[in-house]
Design a protein around this ligand. Structure first.
Ligand SMILES: *[C@@H]1O[C@H](CO)[C@@H](O)[C@H](O)[C@H]1NC(C)=O
Ligand SMILES: *[C@@H]1O[C@H](CO)[C@@H](O)[C@H](O)[C@H]1NC(C)=O
Ligand SMILES: *[C@@H]1O[C@H](CO)[C@@H](O)[C@H](O)[C@H]1NC(C)=O
Ligand SMILES: *[C@@H]1O[C@H](CO)[C@@H](O)[C@H](O)[C@H]1NC(C)=O
Length: 847
């Protein structure tokens, strides 16, 4: 039993409201922002001796930043329930945004604020989408098996079925096409009916896209259908072999086979769904691991919680807030819930009567008639129709409604009050509002309400060019694809999300991507320099260097940064502010000349700690207080025995080359003396590095033997850096003050800087070429003009009728005598031409 404010009972008198509290002052505050009466949100209360940070969290329940106080009276344990994925497809970038943002906050709670976070996540392994997908995939696999042939030829019966599927697809999804449309006539018919819409809509302007999002999405959906039918029509006209044929007709076969045979699937055949959900759950957690997202402390799956879900529904019905219908479904009764003094749709009251959102929440298999008493009531338990999996219940064979799962599982695992409940922003209504209502209906007793969740946090969406990702639009990028293509790494994605407020939508723009690359590159450089210093500094810690003015300055900047970071994180996890503070601190440390090693290490270790807390270092270890940097700063292990000697040889050649008179003998001797700290023969993974080293050594010795000039030696050194090692993903960063080159892996900021330099220099070269071409053309024109004899220059023009003996016009075409002033002008032109022509004659004679 807790000492204070048991479960935030609202209508009962809390035991103690006004507590004196060492760090926080707490006030009950009403969230009623509209005319409807909303119950006040009551903050939990901790024991006076609990040590709590002054953390505020933006709470969707109050739509404001609330002081964070966990239910645990000692303020140590934090319970957190996160809505996980519905596992029937690979997770896409939009999911990455949600789960990475959640992970960032979880890590800050745990590793910065020191809470003991108990993080429970659900995965939905049975729901309408999974049922549909599982059934369709099963039926398609069966169909393929039944129609397999030795030589992979497409039989007449397959063709006939696929043609029927084509008609079915068109009538369902492209109803404006004539019903007689065949694969042969499809292209023309679609062109005619959907002329404009068949083209993907212009999305260039993100703001405009947002404004017309509904229209745009409808258009995208339509163009996806048009594309699906087109690909099927092509396959039907030129079937080819079975595998390609199925690949092109799968999307029309799936819904067709389901319409034909879906209802035949046995309701106790759960296997076909579990195979699908297990596969995608496994893939989901692989993706999360690749993104350095911590695994949940506990994972709940709907199919493992059916009996508690049934009991949960029974109690809601017993409390008078739910009713069963004759068909065996159970619905939540919003009206009696509100009559009893509860409030429905607290998170998103403005959506309370939004039929589209409500229908979406009920699932795709629930379309059509239901026996519920009001359209806004939602399903707690769904009677299973033919072809749907089912579990026994007091109301007959059925399956859990969507929202009940989270309420029942969270209540089962965490209990009456959850500290934090999270999910993507689209879950606010109806999912979380329904959960909230169900759980209050379950836990509250007459006259005593329960505040089931104290802090709801919702992650903003990711959109690209104004559109949120969606599978049905056939336009989404899976996490796997993104990471394997190399446009984004797990780190750069996370940096992107850290740079923006977690609760806001993110629009990935070129500017944002640039900011990501530059932040990451800056930190890479800072860590590399610090690590290099660390490796070269003497391990003798007794020799404390004296602190100079620069050190004092940086140490006070560090103290300031620490305080600012604390303020920012307490301000509802303002990571974008923290990212700037880190970047500014690095800038400041770069701007001073002489820092003592200790100061550099102090700065680097603190920055390392913060980026590790943010999850930017998959190899991070917060218990290692000496760690500097993050993973990926070193060159690959197989490269080390070869690349370090290559770089040393290169340093030596450069030093000698710069020293005035080059000592070729010394160079040759050094090249011979290189030692390689690896066993022979060279292991396979080291071979490319070994080859580069051997080639460089041979080239150096050849140049030394020829007594080659400095510029050739330096060119060879540049070639090693810019071509051979660059192509192996390694960079040698030359430094001043006779320091050896820094051996480092390439990163995106280096690659982009080089691309920019090169495009700038090609642009320059192109401009020069154009200028030269223009000049050449002008000269040529002048030369051509110079060939014209001044005597004839005006005679070829039909502007004039008569000329004098020098060829200067006297009468114009209209028969008027040329005026004096005009003549003066013409004489000038004539004299100029004469001069040019005379010069030309001279060159001709010379030739
Ligand atoms: C888990 O959360 C997801 C939202 O991400 C939701 O779709 C699903 O229904 C929830 N599952 C359960 C078991 O409540
Ligand atoms: C899908 O999205 C990508 C990037 O967001 C875009 O380049 C592409 O044009 C889109 N495709 C369609 C069919 O809209
Ligand atoms: C984060 O902090 C910055 C700088 O202090 C501030 O401008 C910004 O509004 C804060 N963001 C949020 C979401 O509060
Ligand atoms: C090295 O010195 C040159 C000129 O003295 C300067 O432009 C350059 O920025 C310096 N490079 C580094 C890495 O300090």
């Amino acid at each position: 039993m807790r000492l204070l404010g048991i479960c935030n009972i609202i209508t009962c008198t809390p035991l103690s409201r006004a507590v004196s509290f060492p760090l926080l002052k707490l006030n009950a505050r009403s969230v009623a922002s509209d005319s409807r009466k909303q119950p006040p949100w009551i903050p939990p209360q901790a024991r006076p001796d609990a040590q709590l940070p002054r953390l505020k969290i933006y709470n969707s329940l109050t739509r404001s930043k609330d002081d964070f106080v966990p239910v645990d009276p000692m303020g140590e344990v934090v319970t957190w329930y996160a809505c996980g994925p519905t596992v029937y497809e690979d997770a896409h970038l939009g999911h990455a945004k949600n789960y990475v943002s959640t992970d960032i906050i979880r890590r800050i709670m745990k590793d910065y604020f020191g809470f003991r976070v108990k993080f429970v996540m659900n995965t939905t392994d049975i729901d309408d989408k999974i049922i549909l997908q599982g059934r369709q995939q099963y039926l398609l696999a069966r169909f393929k098996q039944e129609h397999a042939s030795e030589d992979d030829s497409v039989s007449d019966s397959v063709l006939a079925e696929a043609k029927a599927a084509f008609r079915h697809y068109i009538s369902k999804n492209l109803p404006s096409l004539p019903s007689s449309t065949s694969p042969e006539t499809y292209s023309e018919a679609a062109e005619k009916v959907y002329k404009e819409k068949a083209k993907p809509p212009p999305l260039a302007d993100a703001a405009a896209a947002k404004e017309g999002e509904a229209v745009t999405i409808a258009n995208l959906l339509l163009s996806a259908h048009i594309g699906t039918a087109r690909s099927a029509a092509e396959a039907l006209q030129a079937p080819g072999k079975l595998p390609e044929f199925f690949a092109k007709t799968e999307d029309i076969l799936l819904p067709y086979l389901d319409a034909l045979h879906g209802a035949e699937i046995e309701s106790n055949n759960h296997k076909i769904y579990l195979e699908l959900s297990e596969k995608f759950e496994r893939r989901f957690f692989e993706d999360m691991e690749a993104l350095n997202v911590l695994a949940p402390d506990q994972l709940t799956r709907v199919t493992e919680y059916v009996p508690p879900i049934v009991r949960f529904v029974e109690k809601i019905v017993a409390n008078g807030f739910g009713y069963a219908t004759p068909d065996g479904s159970v619905y939540f009764d919003i009206d009696s819930f509100e009559k009893a003094g509860h409030s429905y749709s607290r998170l998103q009251p403005w959506s309370k009567n939004d039929p589209a959102l409500q229908a979406d929440g009920e699932g795709s298999l629930s379309k059509g008639k239901s026996m519920k008493r009001s359209e806004s009531h939602f399903a707690l338990w769904k009677a299973s129709k033919a072809g749907e999996p089912a579990w026994p219940s007091p109301w007959g064979h059925g399956r859990p409604g969507w929202h009940i799962e989270c309420s029942a599982m969270a209540s089962e695992v965490i209990g009456k009050t959850i500290d934090i409940h999270s999910g993507g922003v689209d879950l606010r209504f109806p999912h979380h509002d329904n959960e909230l209502a169900q759980s209050e209906a379950y836990w509250s007793t007459p006259g005593c309400q329960v505040q089931w969740t104290n802090y709801f946090i919702h992650m903003g969406h990711l959109s690209i060019r104004g559109l949120k990702m969606s599978k049905s639009l056939k336009n989404y990028t899976t996490i796997r694809t993104v990471l394997s293509k190399g446009d984004w790494s797990a780190r750069s994605l996370r940096i992107c999300f850290l740079l923006m407020p977690w609760q806001d939508g993110i629009e990935v723009t070129d500017d944002l991507m640039k900011a990501v690359v530059s932040w990451e590159g800056k930190l890479n450089n800072f860590f590399l320099k610090s690590l290099d210093l660390w490796q070269r500094s003497s391990p003798d810690t007794t020799t404390i260097q004296e602190l100079g003015i620069a050190d004092q300055q940086l140490l006070s900047a560090l103290d300031k940064a620490k305080a600012q970071v604390n303020t920012a994180l307490c301000d509802s996890f303002n990571t974008s502010a923290v990212m700037r503070i880190l970047s500014d601190l690095v800038t400041e440390s770069n701007s001073v000349d002489k820092l003592s090693d200790q100061t550099v290490f102090l700065l680097a270790r603190w920055v390392t700690r913060i980026v590790t807390i943010f999850g930017l270092d998959p190899e991070g270890d917060l218990s290692n207080l000496d760690r500097i940097g993050w993973s990926g700063l070193g060159i690959p292990t197989p490269a080390k025995p070869y690349i370090y000697p290559a770089s040393q040889l290169r340093d030596k050649v450069r030093t000698l080359a710069f020293s005035g008179s080059v000592d070729h003998t010394a160079i040759a001797k050094f090249a011979d003396g290189i030692t390689i700290a690896a066993s022979t023969p060279v292991v396979e993974s080291s071979k490319p590095y070994d080859q580069v080293l051997q080639q460089f050594r041979t080239d150096v010795k050849a140049l030394a033997a020829q007594q080659a000039p400095t510029k050739d030696l330096l060119a060879l050194c540049d070639q090693l850096r810019d071509v051979h090692l660059w192509n192996l993903g390694i960079y040698l960063e030359d430094r001043n003050n006779s320091q050896p080159a820094l051996v480092r892996p390439l990163d995106k900021s280096l690659v982009e800087a080089r691309a920019e330099r090169e495009s700038a220099s090609t642009a320059k070269a192109r401009a020069k070429l154009e200028r030269e071409t223009r000049e050449a053309e002008r000269e040529k024109e002048l030369r051509e003009r110079a060939k014209i004899d001044p005597l004839l220059m005006f005679r070829t023009s039909d502007e004039y009728l008569e000329w004098d003996e020098s060829g200067i016009p006297t009468v114009d075409a209209a028969g008027n005598v040329v005026t004096k002033s005009k003549r003066k002008k013409l004489v000038k032109e004539w004299e100029k031409q004469k001069k040019m022509h005379d010069e030309w004659l001279v060159t001709q004679q010379a030739a």
